[in-house]
Structures are given as C-alpha cells and as structure tokens.
Design a protein around this ligand. Structure first.
Ligand SMILES: NC(=O)C1=CN([C@@H]2O[C@H](COP(=O)(O)OP(=O)(O)OC[C@H]3O[C@@H](n4cnc5c(N)ncnc54)[C@H](O)[C@@H]3O)[C@@H](O)[C@H]2O)C=CC1
Ligand SMILES: O=C(O)[C@@H]1CCC=N1
Length: 282
C-alpha cells in the first residue's frame, strides 16, 4: 500500500463531475468538493428519490435530475454512489451518456471487472470512503485499473482529498479489507460510544455528560495514537496501572473475549464485501 495524507489539491481544476446516486456518500463528497471551491454548477447528479434531490438543492443549490440523460455527457468523471444492489441497473440506464468519462465507484464489493463490463469502459477507479468525510475527516482507499492514467489518478486524488485522507492499494481484493476496517469502521466506533455512554449514565452521570466524556475520550485517544511514535499496545499499557481500574476493565474484556470477537466481526464484514461482489456483480 502506498500512503498519502490529505492535501485538498486544486478542486477548481477538476472537470465536470457527475454523481449517479445522491444519497449519503454522494452528499459527503459533494460537500467536500464545494468546500474546496469546486463550483456547484460543475456538478451533475442523477437521483430518483425526490427528497434526496430536495436536500441536495437546499444544501448545495444543485438541481439533480431524476434519471440519466444527456446532461451527463459533459462530465469528465462519473462517481457511482449507489448501492451495490442497484449498480447494474443504474449502469444500464446511464451507460450511453457516460462511457467516455473516467468512472469512480464508491460501491462496496462491486469489482472493477463488473463495472468495466457494464459500462464498456476500462477507465475505472474504485474507492472506499467513510462517513467522517461529511466533516472532512474521512479516509478513503483507492484502486485503479491498469487503463487509468497518472493525470486521471491525480484527479481522483483531488476529489477524495476534499473529504480527508486517502491511500492507494495495489491489489483490488484489499478493498474488501478496507471496507471492513475503515468503510464500516465508524459504525464500530459509534457502537462503543453508545456502550460507554450507557455505562456512564448507569453510573450516575447525566446522558450529555457521559456522551461528552466518551466522545472526547475517543477523539483524544485517536489523536494521541496519530501523533505518537509509540504503538497502541504501549499507549494502552501507559493507562494501565498495576492493580488499578484500567486493569480491572481490560481483564473483564479479555474474559469476555471482546478483542477476538471484534476481530471476527471485522472479518465477517470483509466476507460480506466479497459476497456482495459475487451476488450483485454478475
Ligand atoms: N454509507 C457509508 O458509510 C458508505 C457507503 N459506501 C457505499 O456507497 C454507496 C452508496 O451508499 P449510501 O450513499 O450510503 O447510500 P444511499 O442510499 O444514501 O444513497 C444511494 C442513492 O442512490 C439512489 N439511487 C437508487 N437507484 C438509482 C439509480 N438507478 N440511479 C441513480 N441513483 C439511484 C437512491 O435513491 C439513493 O438516494 C453504496 O454502494 C455503499 O456501499 C461506501 C463507503 C461508506
Ligand atoms: O454497510 C455497507 O455496506 C457500507 C459499506 C461501508 C459502509 N457502509
């Protein structure tokens, strides 16, 4: 894997970008693009759901189209931000208008072979972002097919840098691992936040106090891990006094097999990503 940190490079220099699907991930990327100076008028969106179209108009002033049409032909890059289940049908609907563009898919599991076949286009990049993209703190992994040129890779980097950090993976199957780790990862963090907040409330703190303490602890520990040269295991040991409170908590977690269960859960997500490709990539 090669790594890059975010440098929201010249979003203004990007071509017209079309989004097929205007839901959560599309909104997060569009928000990042607009924050970095990409004009709303240089964005096309196809979104069949009227409420999602209204939200895009209210938030970004974008008039999304209910179905694929010739307006898509001005796009140099097409972002596929639809569910894996609907990708094939959406590709059939839009193909005639988008074949000349660079295709960028955010869909979990759907392999670039399928996308290239559906669109009759070899210039395909897959990315796996995550929802902190909404606040410019996302991380995305990228994979490009061989036909994608250096300038096109840079354009994709400029788009994803608008949403946070990015890195490239050299082998496409690694995107399933990325999906399991950082794509789904925010949900794991929220799951633990919920548990910590519930525990805080049960111990007598108010819900807002418990929430504030839990969120600040996650943000602070993550920032410490990011800035530190030391591995997480050592940072954990520094919190853990012999015979103290942390030791009691960690012993309880080990006894319940939480670490092993958590790893197994992430492997389950990876397997599901792979299965989505088999199920909906035909
Ligand atoms: N939500 C997340 O945390 C992440 C999602 N993804 C991937 O992003 C993709 C989109 O996910 P979300 O944005 O969360 O879903 P979403 O449901 O919010 O957005 C998908 C949108 O596509 C629209 N749509 C349905 N059929 C269409 C068609 N034929 N043409 C155009 N638009 C159509 C739907 O009305 C919907 O608004 C999925 O493939 C998912 O795997 C990737 C990373 C993280
Ligand atoms: O749950 C999902 O399938 C998508 C992919 C990563 C996050 N959400």
């Amino acid at each position: 894997m090669s790594q890059h940190t975010a440098s929201a490079s010249s979003a203004q220099a990007l071509p017209v970008i079309a989004f097929i699907g205007g839901g959560n991930m599309a909104s997060a990327i569009i928000g990042g693009l607009i924050r970095q100076g990409h004009p709303a008028g240089q964005i096309e969106v196809v979104e069949p759901w009227s409420q999602a179209r209204a939200a895009l108009h209210e938030r970004y002033g974008i008039a999304a189209q209910p179905e694929a049409g010739s307006a898509l032909q001005r796009a140099g890059i097409v972002v596929w931000a639809i569910k894996p289940q609907t990708f094939k049908d959406a590709a059939a609907q839009a193909k005639a208008h988008v074949r000349a563009a660079l295709q960028l898919s955010v869909a979990a599991g759907i392999r670039s072979d399928s996308i290239a076949r559906w669109l009759d286009c070899e210039r395909v990049v897959r990315t796996m972002p995550n929802t902190p993209a909404l606040v410019g703190k996302g991380i995305s992994a990228l994979y490009a097919r061989a036909a994608v040129g250096a300038a096109e890779r840079q354009s994709v980097e400029a788009i994803m840098a608008c949403t946070g950090e990015f890195l490239w993976v050299e082998r496409e199957p690694l995107l399933d691992a990325v999906t399991a780790l950082s794509g789904s990862g925010p949900a794991y963090v929220f799951y633990f936040l919920e548990a910590m907040t519930r525990a805080g409330s049960a111990m007598g703190l108010s819900q807002p106090q418990a929430h504030q303490l839990a969120v600040a602890t996650f943000a602070g520990a993550a920032e410490l891990a990011r800035r530190s040269d030391e591995p997480p295991a050592l940072l954990r040991q520094r919190v853990t006094s012999k015979g103290g409170t942390t030791h009691a908590a960690l012993q309880s977690m080990d006894g319940a097999g939480i670490g092993a269960s958590f790893e197994a859960a992430i492997r389950a997500a990876e397997q599901r990503a792979h299965a989505l490709g088999d199920e909906f990539g035909g």
